[in-house]
Design a protein around this ligand. Structure first.
Ligand SMILES: Nc1ncnc2c1ncn2[C@@H]1O[C@H](COP(=O)(O)OP(=O)(O)OP(=O)(O)O)[C@@H](O)[C@H]1O
Ligand SMILES: [Mg+2]
Length: 255
């Protein structure tokens, strides 16, 4: 469980996060949604400790991040897996070397232990025979799977994904979403995903935090998002014609 209280973040004069309070639950896919520029990536980077912030607190299992010692921070970082916006693989390394990288960084495992673990996670993301390919030889969907394999190779307690399915066709995007949800469930991970994709909301939005202009405008789940009359949320949800139609059908059925 990650608890955020009254988080404020500015860049110079620009006040980006304006007092966010929320929590992200263990074993769940927690979604942060909102329009481009609403502050999702900045928020995620604050959670990860990559950005300082002026006010507020972030607690991991009740322990306030900013009060941890350097050693404790390092230990916590070793428990975090991250899938960055874009896949951010190392171009000069093979897929297997990419996935092995966090093990080299954070563990003292032997070469054969590392190889076994890499085999296991690549299999888990359905990439059995891609070990020796270079990232440039992999499709977008494969690259995302490699990024997910790399993020989970070290058995993380926390998984952060920034727009994990951007740039993918809708079908592959759902495969990636479902993979993240299965892994979250299987290993009881606290997963936080930035998204502006309504398909993701419907597939995996167990907890949803909606950001607007750096504020939490609404929170709920995929079961409540279609019932809210919060105008900002409905504008976001029904920005596509498809969902306008779905809403009309829903309202007709329930009238
Ligand atoms: N390093 C930075 N320095 C200054 N301003 C920044 C920095 N990073 C982000 N911002 C500003 O913070 C605001 C929120 O940006 P952020 O990247 O969090 O949006 P987002 O919700 O992730 O958008 P998208 O959906 O396009 O990824 C934007 O106005 C952006 O210009
Ligand atoms: Mg972003």
């Amino acid at each position: 469980m990650i608890e955020v209280k009254n988080l404020h973040k500015s860049f110079g004069e620009a006040h980006i996060l304006k007092g966010i309070t929320t929590s992200f639950e263990k074993g769940k896919t927690n979604l942060i949604i909102g329009q481009s520029g609403s502050g999702k990536t900045v928020f995620l980077k604050c959670l990860l400790g990559l950005f300082d912030y002026e006010e507020g607190s972030i607690a991991y299992e009740g322990k306030i991040f900013s009060k941890l010692s350097p050693d404790e921070k390092r230990n916590l970082r070793a428990e975090i897996g991250m899938v960055f916006q874009g896949s951010a693989l190392f171009d000069s390394m093979t897929i297997a070397e990419n996935v092995m990288f966090p093990l080299r960084m954070f563990t003292k495992q032997s070469k054969s232990e590392m190889q076994d673990r890499v085999d296991f996670v690549l299999k888990r993301v359905n990439l059995d025979d891609a070990h020796n390919k270079m990232p440039s030889e992999a499709s977008g969907g494969m690259q995302k799977r490699v990024a997910i394999a790399r993020a989970i190779v070290n058995n993380p307690k926390y998984l952060f994904c920034d727009e994990p399915n951007s740039g993918l066709d809708p079908k592959t995007a759902i495969v990636i979403d479902n993979l993240i949800q299965e892994i979250t469930d299987e290993y009881n991970i606290t997963t936080v995903i930035n998204s502006h994709d309504m398909n993701s909301v419907m597939e995996i939005g167990e907890k949803i935090v909606f950001l607007k202009n750096g504020l939490k405008e609404w929170e709920g789940s995929k079961d409540t998002i279609f019932k809210t009359d919060n105008e900002a949320v409905t504008n976001f949800v029904y920005s596509s014609e498809l969902f306008k139609k779905v809403r009309k059908m829903y309202l007709e059925e329930n009238s």
